[in-house]
Design a protein around this ligand. Structure first.
Ligand SMILES: [Zn+2]
Length: 566
């Protein structure tokens, strides 16, 4: 599949650390001054992007065929032998650059991130990170072992998902209760794990001489452009501006389903009893029709996508022995993205491809940046690239060469917009919960307090669904949100990015060419400017406030109303 790429890139996948190390050695021992800084950074970039691409290609190979033992072996060898050594060598070069005092242009923000990482680094925390990783693996194990018996078969809770779309309410309720009962059986195990996580994280923060673990995460996630107080403002804005709209979305669903109250098992089924949309038959049709949509949106974006088709950079169809899920990764040396999916012919696959294509366009647009270190972009904007693409492209779902007739496209777009509205309040619960935890670590050490706090937040942000009689299931919701356990504080990014994406889309409604041009200009900046500057370049505001959110959510609700009339 990679036969269109240069031979040296293919053979690169087989480099050993002893072949790579001399290049790092050379960079580490060279004299560095203002006269040779550009050459130094350029050579460093060539090396970093090759090592990065090696990892990406080795990882991709394991996901294309999970039974390919040679691929797995090569990837594990990379992770065991090359990755830690390369990380250490990269760190030495960062320290060398920092201690040189040189500030090459376009490098201000990468340098700020390097200084930040150096300030946060403590040798004593390395074993604690390993311990944290092991707790994380234990969490995965607990969740992964959760199976139930359904229709005579042992199935995972993920495999039970399609049942929630069953038109028979009693069937949905039975599946939902079965899953909930199985999850509650692990309540004590997760509580125990949680206490270990909290102890460890407080120690990590103390080792880094920080007052609390939130301060540690803030620095680790390079959150230079906003504060916990901004997040609190965002939660308040969501409560005031989005929760009432979300309540109306739920109420419409309740009426259409013809039920007294909306229960947790009523949220996935089509409220009008229609069967699922079937936008395409195979991966070829998916990529051909997607290409047509991108070309109508913008000729250059269409050309990027066609490059991916022509160079074999899309692997979209579901096959036996592929890894689950979907992703977009970058091959840093050849400056190309790669999209992996498991498309089975549903609308969700179209939406996923639009999303991942947004990430892919980001890779194309940043290919002109001279240095590898300029490519690191916070997900607060990285997800604007993908989420905005979902919104920008959907008007073409029913255009000539598209997937749907008008009514089908309207249905798909309504579902997408409703999903976006409902996401914000849930995101607020998850984010506010974590702020509470690390503001009150002693209280959060007692899982009963976590249960109570989750319920308080749920009642504040999530009206519209009737959980009566399901109190235990509701209060343990925090146990089931893996981000809270495995990637603390990493979640508000999606809420912020969605607000950015809606603003980009709003601009496109009045001047599409200019909106797309601004979007592309912002992508092309990579990680060379701050989040507010990236957003501003894209024609949006990096925002936490009620008025910005109100405009966005009103547009979404009005668009839904207009589409309902199609
Ligand atoms: Zn994404």
């Amino acid at each position: 599949m990679f036969d269109t790429l240069p031979q040296e890139v293919i053979t690169l996948s087989y480099w050993s650390w002893s072949q790579i190390e001399p290049y790092y050695q050379d960079l580490a021992t060279r004299p560095l001054d203002s006269g040779n800084i550009v050459t130094f950074l350029t050579d460093w970039t060539r090396l970093s992007e090759r090592v990065d691409e090696m990892q990406a290609r080795l990882h991709v190979a394991t996901t294309l065929n999970t039974t390919d033992q040679e691929a797995e072996q090569r990837y594990h060898t990379y992770l065991d032998e090359i990755y830690p050594a390369a990380q250490a060598a990269e760190q030495r070069l960062k320290e060398k650059l920092l201690s040189s005092g040189l500030e090459p242009s376009g490098f201000e923000l990468p340098l700020q991130k390097m200084r930040n990482e150096a300030a946060l680094f403590r040798q004593a925390n390395l074993p604690l990170f390993s311990q944290e990783q092991k707790l994380s693996t234990q969490y995965d194990k607990i969740i992964g072992a959760q199976t139930v018996e359904w229709a005579g078969q042992e199935v995972t809770l993920a495999q039970l998902q399609p049942v929630y779309q069953d038109p028979d309410r009693a069937v949905r309720e039975r599946a939902w209760r079965l899953a909930a009962e199985r999850q509650l059986a692990d309540r004590e195990a997760i509580n125990e794990l949680w206490q270990k996580f909290l102890n460890l994280r407080q120690q990590i923060a103390a080792n880094a001489d920080l007052g609390d673990y939130r301060a540690f995460c803030w620095q680790k996630l390079h959150r230079f452009d906003y504060t916990p107080a901004d997040c609190r403002r965002f939660h308040e804005a969501i409560e005031a501006e989005v929760a009432p709209v979300a309540t109306r979305v739920y109420e419409k669903r309740r009426q259409r389903l013809g039920v007294d109250t909306l229960r947790p098992w009523d949220l996935e089924v089509d409220p009008l009893g229609r069967s699922a949309l079937h936008p395409f038959h195979d991966a070829l049709e998916l990529q051909t029709k997607s290409s047509a949509m991108f070309h109508q949106l913008d000729p250059q974006l269409g050309a990027y996508f066609d490059t991916m088709i022509n160079e074999g950079l899309l692997d979209l169809d579901n096959r036996k022995n592929k890894a689950p899920g979907g992703y977009c990764t970058a091959f840093a040396a050849v400056k190309r993205p790669f999209i992996f999916m498991n498309a089975v012919g549903l609308h969700n696959d179209v939406q996923t491809l639009l999303h991942e294509a947004g990430h892919a366009f980001h890779v194309f647009e940043t290919s002109q940046l001279p240095y590898y270190q300029q490519l690191q972009v916070g997900e607060e904007f990285g997800e604007v690239a993908s989420m905005a693409m979902e919104l920008l492209a959907t008007p073409y779902l029913s255009a000539p060469g598209g997937f749907y007739n008008e009514a089908e496209a309207a249905r798909a777009r309504i579902e997408h917009l409703e999903g976006g509205i409902l996401f914000w309040p849930y995101m607020a619960v998850v984010d506010a919960f974590q702020h509470w935890v690390y503001e009150n670590p002693a209280a959060a050490m007692n899982p009963a307090n976590c249960d109570a706090q989750w319920v308080t937040l749920w009642q504040r942000f999530m009206p519209g669904v009737d959980w009566s009689g399901l109190e235990q299931e509701l209060m343990t919701g925090w146990q089931r949100k893996l981000h809270i356990h495995q990637v603390p504080f990493y979640y508000v990014e999606y809420g912020l990015a969605q607000l950015g994406a809606v603003q980009v889309w709003r601009n496109a409604l009045t001047d599409q060419a200019e909106a797309v041009a601004s979007y592309r200009r912002a992508l092309a900046l990579g990680g060379t400017v701050s989040l507010p500057q990236l957003y501003a370049t894209a024609g949006a505001k990096f925002a936490f406030d009620g008025p910005t959110l109100r405009v966005a959510v009103n547009l979404m609700e009005e668009t839904i109303a207009a589409l309902e009339a199609v």
